[in-house]
Write a protein that binds this ligand. Structure first.
Ligand SMILES: Cc1ncc(COP(=O)(O)O)c(C=O)c1O
Length: 477
């Protein structure tokens, strides 16, 4: 077996920075530390020992064994996965939080970072799930595999609740275990030859799943972008809506509104432009409406409010941020029957094939919970949960505004996008963590367009939001 080689890279580590980003489960405790050097990190990240392992081409095989005796299979690593620059953003934030807690064991760390929900699921929803769970212990109530596309009551309930009068019916709805899972299933549907566009900054799942499926070139460190992806810059200068006149045609356009991370939502007029653009180019929009219930103004809640969208759009959505289902897992994807490939074949038929091949349907307990979400009581309870987070958002917006920062988002989304002009996002993230013990998310983790921003999530208990605000005021007074 070839001898492992090592190289040492000397870089500067900010004192607060986490010393390892290598996934701890991949790194045996007795093994020498092995580190990623990802785009997620600030440029100066420290004195790291980087294992190049058995790699012939230099510093690349970051998790290669260092002992000659360790067994390796003959299976090559998927070259597309090797293109990824780092661990997925949010696990990375989690690792940094853990390292900070180890450094300051007595600190009360507040997490306004990864955007996970914190408030209890309303009782009307959990009791429906409990009833379903108990019924599974009875002969009459037991059920095994369900329909891959979703429960026969849930599909029409989603269609009538969220798409009433828009020409979307139950056959167009595919129930799933969450929007993120469906984003990857859609990438499988489109395949490696599809070209994609994303908002910059954007939720990282679109880009990373595109890289994994092979739609992109390598990462270009000079511009911090993957080759082959059309990055549609969304900044305060363009009202966080891309300049479509300067956007190249792609097969697929990922578009999230209200947007994670910027918190901005596209207006009816802007979405009309987007649909027109897709129709002129023969592209498919994958519209992520995971935060639609947070909209307070007259921005569309679904892309299907826009005339002509059914022929060019797919929508992914989820109960995660409405009902606290981040752990329960229940989402859906809408693929209208009108959406056709260039040869006239319905996209939904192929998606059905993907779902039947790679998925055995959402959990029956989660689906019972989803049905309860859509009852009159459930809808009311969900809007109270959303209302609670929106109050949190307002507290965060007021805090940063009172400190003289320019803040964006917040109105139609549970995210506040705080501008730190000219500063490195990871530096700001590290400084906030060090000085306040509050975890945020560095904007550059969402794409180069996020540099100079930090995303503050409004998902948190009220006392934590108030305490975080107090600490921010202390830090920036
Ligand atoms: C824009 C966006 N889409 C999808 C998801 C994931 O949703 P789910 O929990 O349904 O997988 C998230 C989660 O943060 C998100 O921000």
């Amino acid at each position: 077996m070839a001898t492992a080689t090592t190289a040492v890279m000397s870089l500067q580590v900010p004192s607060s920075s986490v010393r390892s980003s290598a996934s701890s489960f991949l790194s045996p405790s007795n093994a020498p530390a092995v580190f990623f050097v990802p785009r997620l990190f600030p440029k100066n990240i420290g004195s790291f020992k980087i294992s190049s392992g058995r790699c012939r081409g230099g510093i690349r095989c970051l998790l290669a064994p260092e002992k000659d005796s360790e067994y390796c299979t003959k299976v090559s690593r998927n070259a597309n996965i090797a293109k990824l620059q780092a661990g997925y953003l949010f696990p990375e934030i989690g690792r940094r939080k853990v390292a900070h807690m180890q450094k300051y064991p007595d600190a009360q760390v507040i997490s306004l970072g990864i955007g996970d929900t914190t408030e209890p699921i309303p009782e009307v929803i959990t009791s429906a799930m409990a009833t379903k769970a108990h019924s599974l212990s009875t002969i009459e109530g037991y059920s095994g595999y369900g329909a891959e596309q979703g429960d026969k009551k849930l599909r029409p309930a989603i269609a009538s609740t969220y798409y009433d009068g828009l020409g979307i019916d139950e056959q167009d709805i595919f129930v799933s275990d969450g929007a993120k899972c469906d984003i990857s299933r859609l990438q499988l549907l489109f395949g490696s030859n599809a070209t994609i566009a994303v908002q910059d900054p954007s939720y990282p799942a679109y880009v990373d799943s595109g890289v994994i499926i092979g739609q992109t070139g390598g990462f270009q460190t000079d511009v911090e972008k993957y080759g082959g992806i059309e990055y549609m810059r969304c900044s305060p200068g363009n009202g966080f809506f891309p300049d479509l006149s300067r956007t190249s045609r792609t097969d697929i356009i990922y578009f999230c509104s209200p947007n994670n991370p910027t918190g901005s939502s596209a207006s009816r007029n802007q979405l009309t432009q987007l649909v027109k653009f897709a129709r002129e180019n023969g592209s498919i929009i994958v519209y992520d409406s995971a935060y639609a219930m947070y909209i307070s103004d007259d921005s569309p809640r679904t892309i299907f409010e826009i005339p002509g969208a059914k022929e060019v759009a797919i929508e992914v959505s989820s109960f995660s941020k409405y009902a606290g289902f981040t752990g329960v897992r229940l989402g859906w994807t809408v693929i209208p029957k009108e959406l056709l490939y260039s040869n006239g074949f319905p996209v939904a038929k192929d998606f059905n094939r993907i779902v039947c091949t790679g998925f055995n349907g959402a959990s029956n307990i989660s689906q019972a919970g989803a049905l309860a979400c859509l009852s009159a009581e459930g809808l009311k309870a969900m809007s109270e949960v959303v209302g609670f987070y929106k109050e949190n958002t307002q507290i965060i917006v007021n805090t940063f505004t009172s400190l003289g920062f320019k803040v964006y988002g917040g109105k139609n989304a549970p995210y506040v996008w705080v501008h730190f002009p000219g500063q490195n996002s990871w530096d700001v993230f590290a400084e906030i963590l060090e000085k306040t013990h509050v975890v945020t998310t560095p904007g550059s983790g969402f794409g180069p367009g996020g540099e100079g921003f930090v995303r503050v999530s409004a998902f948190g208990h009220r006392e934590n939001i108030l305490e975080a605000s107090r600490r921010f005021k202390q830090m920036y007074k």
